[in-house]
Design a protein around this ligand. Structure first.
Ligand code: SAM
Length: 581
């Protein structure tokens, strides 16, 4: 990618001089003199440098996140520093979309007032400047004022917080210049940690918008004490993997005035992550969801999938009727109604990622009524390492074949036919010599070498495999499902192989896997999946699933799985065929 550049016009030569990030860094280091190795001094000087430009050129703006990162960390760690700061500015089209669904309806309801607009992680103020332009236009149309006077009026209504002093200096200079040098226009722009008590909790605004930094401060022992303190304010504790952006969103609910709007970009995982459930619950108590946008593509430089959510401060409602949109350029998707009791908001993004809605169906209970499910972790994975070897033919009596998700497809185990990667090595027929395991791993293996369903996670559809003899040893992250009634295993397989249940899982967990089209679920999630009401059709589905597992060829297996899906559609009383996923 070309390095970003901006042009400075030399007043003497009237010639365009191309200035790269390197040139600015060089300028700032020169200004810093003996302090050039002191990153705090460099940041302070960079902020003064931005503030001194009374007409900052828009082309300098995209350089700012990288500039800050470079000055803080030097060349080597600039990327990591930028990621830590979460400094990825929002595409103007998405800024416009969020304002269309927050500022526009607010203004329609209050045509004679200028709202207070807050962006608690404003960066260079993409949201605030775009909101300001709209407000200035409105003001000029209603009062006939000139643009400078309108900016002098509108500027103080724009509140911007950011921890990056270079970005806030740039924005301060920009607002001051738009208001003809009136510093008061930028009095709402402050450099501080938005999660501290002086930040979001001390603000009130009619419109709160923004694109907060993404990251998981709570899981690491970083310096994010304010994030941890903010996270404690949601009524019940949020999990340690909660994204920082979700904490900003949750805390922002306290800053909106009655009938005000809140619209923020979020990581897709926020919709369904269990760790963020207390934040979704806290938002539901004071807001209604009105609009959602999502994309299955990376729309920022960072490799993260994103969505945007808009809320209106309102009395709590039983259901939310939400308009849905996708991608850039933005296109509409069919709206959806979700219940206020829905713990997951994944359905807000399913259409954007390409999934149909869940058709009406009838359920009888949940898998938890008939089985147990267990997931394994690092210890079980690494515990196998000392005992792995290539299996001979025949396989020694004290050796068992070990399987990974890569060799499991629905009702099919390809062990011995597909290579398996384990511990950085490729194996043709990997086995575990049981006596070579530690004592605790031996007793763990005993609990896994039983009749079971093996269920890989992070797959596009659920792909259960029946192990009726208890022959395979599953490796992480395969979920092991067992039951006291071995006859139920095929019934469990039929439930999990049913396309409706994959769709239900997508609508509960979308966004939590690495790939937005994949399903990541925990053992507990498996037990919450619904079983059908019609038990006769379910039994017929189970017979087909068993036949699929016993089929010799892939074609026969596929035919039996198709029969299984048909029986299970009847079992769940699904009227409409489910489209391809
Ligand atoms: C994704 S950028 C968004 C910037 C801008 N709102 C936009 O949409 O273009 C996130 C911003 O959050 C700022 N930030 C990170 N941690 C912060 C904190 N604790 N308080 C305030 N701002 C913070 C970063 O400096 C960065 O400017």
């Amino acid at each position: 990618m070309e390095p970003p550049v901006f042009h400075r016009y030399s007043p003497v030569l009237c010639q365009a001089v191309t200035i790269t990030l390197e040139t600015i860094v060089h300028d700032i280091e020169r200004l810093a003199g003996d302090d050039a190795c002191n990153s705090d001094a460099l940041i302070r000087i960079a902020a003064e440098y931005m503030l001194a430009c009374d007409t900052p050129h828009y082309d300098t703006e995209p350089l700012i996140p990288e500039l800050g990162a470079r000055l803080r960390q030097g060349d080597r760690d600039a990327k990591a520093s930028r990621q830590r700061q979460g400094a990825f500015y929002t595409p103007p089209i998405l800024v416009g979309f969020i304002l269309d669904h927050t500022l526009t309806p607010w203004h329609a309801a209050h045509p004679d007032r200028t709202p207070i607009v807050l962006d608690p992680s404003c960066g260079t103020g993409r949201f605030l400047l775009a909101a300001g332009e709209r407000l200035v236009e409105h003001r000029q149309a209603s009062t006939g004022e000139c643009a400078l006077a309108a900016w002098q009026h509108v500027g103080p209504h724009l509140l911007g917080l950011d921890s990056d002093p270079i970005a806030t200096a740039w924005l301060t200079a920009r607002l001051t210049s738009l208001a003809g040098g009136d510093c008061d226009a930028a009095r709402g722009i402050r450099t501080l940690d938005a999660l501290s008590p002086e930040g979001i909790p001390a603000c009130k605004a009619d419109i709160v918008v923004g694109n907060p930094p993404f990251g998981s401060p709570l899981k690491s022992a970083s310096d994010a004490e304010s994030a941890r303190a903010a996270a404690r304010s949601f009524g019940r504790p949020v999990g340690r993997y909660t994204d920082l952006a979700a904490i900003f969103l949750g805390l922002a609910r306290t800053a909106i005035t009655k009938q005000g709007y809140l619209g923020m970009v979020q990581p897709l995982s926020m919709l369904a992550a269990r760790d963020a459930a207390p934040i979704r619950a806290a938002l539901r108590e004071v807001c209604t969801l009105t609009t959602a946008w999502a994309s299955g593509r990376h729309v920022f430089d960072a490799s993260v999938y994103t969505c945007a959510l808009v809320f209106k401060h309102n009395a709590p409602a039983d259901t939310f009727h939400v308009e849905r949109y996708r991608d850039l350029p933005i296109q509409p998707c069919p709206p959806i109604t979700i219940s206020a009791t829905d713990d997951s908001w994944a359905s807000l993004a399913t259409a954007a990622i390409g999934f149909p809605d869940v058709p009406p169906h009838q359920t009888g209970g949940t898998l938890g009524d008939i089985c147990q499910a267990t997931a394994d972790f690092r210890d079980q994975y690494y515990g196998l390492k000392p005992a792995i070897e290539e299996c001979g033919d025949p396989i020694d009596e004290d050796v068992v074949p070990v399987v990974t998700t890569g060799v499991l497809d629905a009702a099919r185990c390809h062990w011995g036919h597909r290579p398996i990667r384990l511990f950085g090595q490729e194996w043709s027929k990997p086995g575990i010599r049981i006596p070579a395991l530690s004592e605790s791993m031996r007793s763990w293996a005993t609990t896994r070498l039983v009749p079971k369903i093996m269920l890989p996670t992070q797959t596009r559809t659920l792909e259960p495999v029946l192990d009726i003899t208890g022959h395979w040893l599953p490796s992480v992250p395969i979920i092991t499902i067992t039951t006291t009634r071995p006859d139920d295993l095929a019934r469990i397989g039929a439930v999990l192989a049913c396309p409706l249940i994959s769709l239900v899982a997508i609508h509960r967990f979308l966004g939590t896997a690495r790939n937005p089209k994949a399903i990541k679920l925990s053992a507990r999630d498996v037990l919450m999946l619904p079983t059908p009401a019609d038990t006769d059709a379910w039994d017929a589905g189970a017979d087909s699933f068993r036949l699929a597992q016993e089929a010799v060829t892939q074609e026969q297996c596929d035919e039996h799985l198709a029969d299984c899906a048909a029986h299970m559609s009847t079992a769940y009383a699904v009227k409409k065929a489910i489209g391809p996923q």
